[in-house]
Design a protein around this ligand. Structure first.
Ligand SMILES: Nc1nc2c(ncn2[C@@H]2O[C@H](COP(=O)(O)OP(=O)(O)OP(=O)(O)O)[C@@H](O)[C@H]2O)c(=O)[nH]1
Ligand SMILES: [Mg+2]
Length: 327
């Protein structure tokens, strides 16, 4: 559970009420979640189930077809074939039980990826290091997170660590104003120095949350990974126990490309979680399961639009229930 939503003082009803309402505003409603993932549900479940459910027995033809559908639904070749291979090698599960079988498979995979709860502690600095390729939605995610944490009663600082792209600092500054949080911005200075100053400020002035924005592109991939590594080294040196999330931001629409991005970033920084942006309208939500399977990384946040309140907490059980709910 989120520590920061927990009741600190049982007599303080006001705080409790505030925390309850702050909790609900970035929880997906079940209907909202169902709507957001409806295209994914169609690809990943309904199409697959419809092509199989009426059959008597599994055979190679049916299973090859199923594998193609799962690949098309962005589950990835490896995972799609491991699921269909499992069916090939057994006789117990019948085509009429395909829906339950898939639900159990997905559930087992998501549970191996670890908790989807944000890692936050009360009464100490919590640093979120936000990475991802350019355009994935990092800066927007930081704005949304900053706003939600501030509304949850936290003292929030953001660090303009993307010192590469023209106007990136300005963009974060505008978002910080909208979210009504403080910013450390030092245009023209390298990102490790910005992060150094931000951590010092956060420690000296007792901030609860520090969100670090990073570049999505440098001259080349190697430079980008080296820069992220340098920033990570600053965090590890100055505030080693405060790094609570090393979060990769993935655009849902990049589908399988997300897997190669996760590989690249997990090699450079030790990722703890994924935020999946632009799930609104996307049919590629199957990537949530592929990422869990390949990298044991839990998705923790979902971006559902461009506005500051378009951020939702990801709950794997709700996700599965919404995905497999009877039509
Ligand atoms: N529909 C939708 N658009 C989003 C979402 N999150 C971000 N965007 C849009 O995606 C675009 C890129 O977002 P940024 O936050 O600037 O991406 P970034 O990763 O910081 O990009 P760089 O700074 O270039 O590395 C913007 O137009 C955002 O409005 C989302 O959840 N849904
Ligand atoms: Mg950015």
């Amino acid at each position: 559970m989120f520590n920061f939503f927990k009741k600190n003082d049982s007599n303080n009803e006001q705080i409790e009420q505030k925390q309850e309402s702050s909790k609900s505003f970035w929880n997906f409603s079940f209907e909202g979640l169902k709507k957001t993932i409806s295209n994914t549900t169609q690809n990943l479940v309904n199409d697959v189930v419809a092509s199989i459910e009426e059959e008597e027995e599994f055979d190679d033809f049916i299973l090859d077809d199923m594998e193609d559908l799962l690949i098309k639904a962005d589950l990835g070749v490896g995972l799609a074939s491991s699921i269909t291979d499992k069916l090939r090698k057994q006789t117990k599960v019948k085509p009429s039980q395909i829906k339950q079988f898939l639900k159990e498979e997905f559930s087992a995979i998501l549970s191996t990826a670890g908790s989807s709860d944000l890692n936050i502690s009360d009464n100490e600095l919590n640093i979120f290091f936000i990475t991802g390729v350019n355009g994935a939605g990092k800066t927007t995610l930081i704005a949304k997170l900053a706003n939600n944490f501030r509304l949850s009663g936290k003292k929030v600082l953001v660090a303009a660590g993307d010192t590469f792209r023209a106007a990136a600092e300005e963009q974060l500054d505008i978002w910080a104003q909208r979210a009504q949080v403080d910013i450390v911005r030092k245009d023209g200075i390298d990102s490790a120095a910005v992060v150094y100053d931000a951590i010092k400020k956060a420690q000296n002035e007792n901030y609860d949350i520090l969100l670090i924005d990073t570049a999505g592109r440098l001259q080349n991939k190697r430079n980008l990974m080296e820069e992220l590594n340098k920033v990570k080294a600053v965090i590890d040196k100055l505030a080693p126990n405060c790094l609570k999330e090393s979060m990769l931001v993935l655009d849902a629409n990049t589908g399988q490309n997300g897997l190669s991005q996760a590989k690249l970033f997990s090699e450079a920084v030790n990722l703890t979680s994924v935020a999946l942006t632009k799930l609104d309208g996307s049919a590629k939500g199957g990537i949530i399961i592929a990422i869990a399977k390949e990298f044991q990384l839990p998705v923790k946040l979902i971006g559902v639009g461009e506005k500051i309140d378009d951020l939702k907490l990801f709950n794997p059980n709700d996700f599965l229930n919404a995905l497999f709910e009877k039509k």
